[in-house]
Design a binder for this molecule. Sequence first.
Ligand SMILES: NC(=O)c1ccc[n+]([C@@H]2O[C@H](COP(=O)([O-])OP(=O)(O)OC[C@H]3O[C@@H](n4cnc5c(N)ncnc54)[C@H](O)[C@@H]3O)[C@@H](O)[C@H]2O)c1
Ligand SMILES: [Zn+2]
Ligand SMILES: [Zn+2]
Length: 398
Amino acid sequence: MFLPAVLSELLSRLFIHIFAAMATAGKVIKCKAAVAWEPNKPLVIEEIEVAPPQANEVRIKIVATAVCHSDLYHLLESMHKDGFPTVLGHEAAGIVESVGPGVTEFQPGDKVLPLFISQCRECRFCKSPKTNQCEKGWATRPNVMAPLESRLTCKGKKVLQFTGTSTFSEYTVVNQMAVAKIDPAAPLEKVCLLGCGISTGYGAAVNTAKVEPGSTCAVFGLGAVGLAAVMGCKSAGAKRIIAVDINPEKFVKAKVLGATDCVNPKDHDKPISQVLAEMTNGGVDFSLECAGNVGVMRSALESCVKGWGVSVIVGWTDLHDISARPLQLIAGRTWKGSVFGGFKGRDGVPQMVKAYMDKKVKLDEFITHNMTLDQVNDAIELMKHGKCIRTVLKVSSQ
Ligand SMILES: NC(=O)c1ccc[n+]([C@@H]2O[C@H](COP(=O)([O-])OP(=O)(O)OC[C@H]3O[C@@H](n4cnc5c(N)ncnc54)[C@H](O)[C@@H]3O)[C@@H](O)[C@H]2O)c1
Ligand SMILES: [Zn+2]
Ligand SMILES: [Zn+2]
């Protein structure tokens, strides 16, 4: 009997990966990567060395990676001056090239997403259904770039692995607790977005805010994270979704993803919280801050209705403190934060990939540009100037 064409294609690709892995397994791989040597400087395409995976590690050939604002934050905005040289990139998809001792869940040829927030399945946080804050991962340790020793070197120097991932590289090594195995039929150049921005925004609405059917929501900041939050509010059944951004070019996509109203704070003389209160008879039920600005975080909180309003901080910053009048909270509002949309990555990412394959979650609409790894600085410029939602960089062929 003949195998269906798709299955035989998948099998032949798998064999190619297994033979390729036999050639490289256990050896140092020399490959191309975009190295951030210092803050505020363009990335440099270099040849780097990627060491073989050690115990519990997986070496991944990155096929596609997108640029997220958190990459820009580290390069251009944060105070982590000691976090260089580094290879940025954390929103990616690839194929397992080889595995280290003790890895049983992955094998060469598996399609995977590296995770910037690990799921060890053993710590008290992984065991609790209340959180995704695995204590073994990078995200729970501020100021530490790589919880694990970096496997990357360039010109004789150790290169840090940003968020433990480093996906602006043809190959990277990640601990198995920070790798999600996905459907082999998934298109890597699309589902890479689920490695950060889309899962983050969607999950912040669905898992963290727990948006309710019939509710009124406001989303501040309409990059990929905020637009995914809009999509999450819609899928949770919100009846009104107010999209807020100072860049009105973002409103077209916001409407495609479910926004019912779009507001530019610059069009109003009064504070945006007052504008929203007037539009909604006292404030929204749920607000999500996806801009990474402490002033916007306060506005988002103040835009919530007293009594039960919930505001979620998603934007990433540790440069300034947040502030608000205690009365805002005393009056019954709740202020929360969300990392990676509350998803435990190894469990949640395959589910999000399935939701995309089942057409329950959109991804294609978020991709405004396709480029190659060599053009990473152009992609960074686009995001800096608010000219893209997501740029997907092709890194290697499959
Ligand atoms: N919590 C997490 O796990 C997590 C994960 C990924 C990204 N992030 C953070 O989420 C934020 C958004 O990421 P992105 O990739 O979508 O970024 P982006 O740069 O594409 O989008 C940010 C948007 O915010 C808008 N904005 C800026 N100032 C504003 C203001 N005062 N009022 C309203 N809108 C404003 C911008 O115009 C832009 O459209 C960043 O801070 C990023 O670091 C957090
Ligand atoms: Zn990100
Ligand atoms: Zn854990």
